[in-house]
Design a protein around this ligand. Structure first.
Ligand SMILES: [Zn+2]
Ligand SMILES: [Zn+2]
Length: 282
């Protein structure tokens, strides 16, 4: 049983784009974005990529009614595609509040129901069974979840937009910044957002070489993702304590990730490439 003051972060999906279960992803994992933040009894879920299926199976083993808050960065498929397979969402007695952004004319509810309509999925979100509440957030909003848990938000630089989240409790904080492209200069808004944070989970889809498009490859400028080198610069500038490289590219092999992790650690020692099953206690 977790002590009431424990603040732990567990990774259930660490990739972008699509799940890539393959021989080359066995060590770091192939599921798309999903992170569990557990603060005492309070369950917070960041994104509902395919990793949320496995989190759901784990939660069901508790054998009690499940209550939690689900924060969606944005509704690109790799961040919501696991939601229709989140089995706790199908059980009456469970209660989840889903947070995220309105996008154009699409409410958060519209965006999540959209992937569960005929002919794409046989069960409507409205028929899932658990109580599901939806709350829209604007970039810059901050939220009090009670029990001393505060959540801050920041706008991402990403096609179709997105939100970053900073979760704070009892002097500890975890920032989740994914699907965010860095600016040509060191971004003061990001530095302020992650200032002195205990843990920063950051979109490091690309290397700088890939981002530039070295060797005749296409430049990734404008694709909406960042690099591990920029993540290291940002956490150092912001005096953040720990960095987790996240949203791994689908073609990134375990060996490739291990190399990036090692290179990043040479510049910032408390840095780790996210892997499924990894638990960090703040
Ligand atoms: Zn993504
Ligand atoms: Zn995206």
């Amino acid at each position: 049983m977790i002590e009431s003051t424990d603040f732990t972060v567990k990774f259930w999906g660490v990739r972008g784009s699509i799940p890539v279960p393959a021989p080359y992803t066995v060590r770091y994992g192939g599921n798309t974005s999903c992170v569990q933040v557990q603060i005492g009894e309070r369950l917070i879920i960041l994104d509902a990529g395919s990793g949320i299926y496995h989190l759901g199976q784990d939660l069901l083993q508790r054998g009690t009614a499940i209550r939690g808050e689900i924060f969606i960065t944005h509704c690109h498929w790799d961040h919501i595609q696991g939601f229709p397979f989140f089995y706790p969402g199908f059980e009456s007695g469970n209660h989840f509040t889903v947070y995220g952004q309105k996008n154009g004319d699409f409410t958060l509810f519209d965006q999540l129901t959209g992937q569960m309509t005929f002919p794409y999925f046989p069960i409507k979100l409205q028929d899932m069974g658990a109580r599901l509440d939806f709350q829209e957030l604007m970039a810059g909003a901050s939220l009090d979840l009670g029990d001393g848990i505060l959540v801050g938000t920041m706008a991402n630089n990403h096609p179709d937009g997105g939100l970053s989240y900073r979760i704070q409790h009892a002097g500890k904080s975890c920032c989740y910044i994914t699907d965010h492209e860095h600016r040509p200069h060191l971004d003061s808004a990001v530095i302020e957002f992650i200032q002195n944070s205990d843990l920063v989970i950051f979109d490091t889809s690309f290397t700088e070489s890939e981002y530039r498009g070295d060797g005749g490859a296409p430049s990734r400028d404008g694709w909406g993702h960042s690099t591990w080198q920029e993540a290291v610069r940002l956490v150092m500038e912001a005096d953040a304590k720990r960095l987790v490289l996240f949203h791994h590219a689908i073609n990134r092999t375990d060996d490739g990730l291990a190399e990036i992790e090692w290179l990043a650690q040479q510049r910032f020692s408390d840095c780790w490439a996210a892997r499924e099953g990894m638990v960090i206690t703040l």
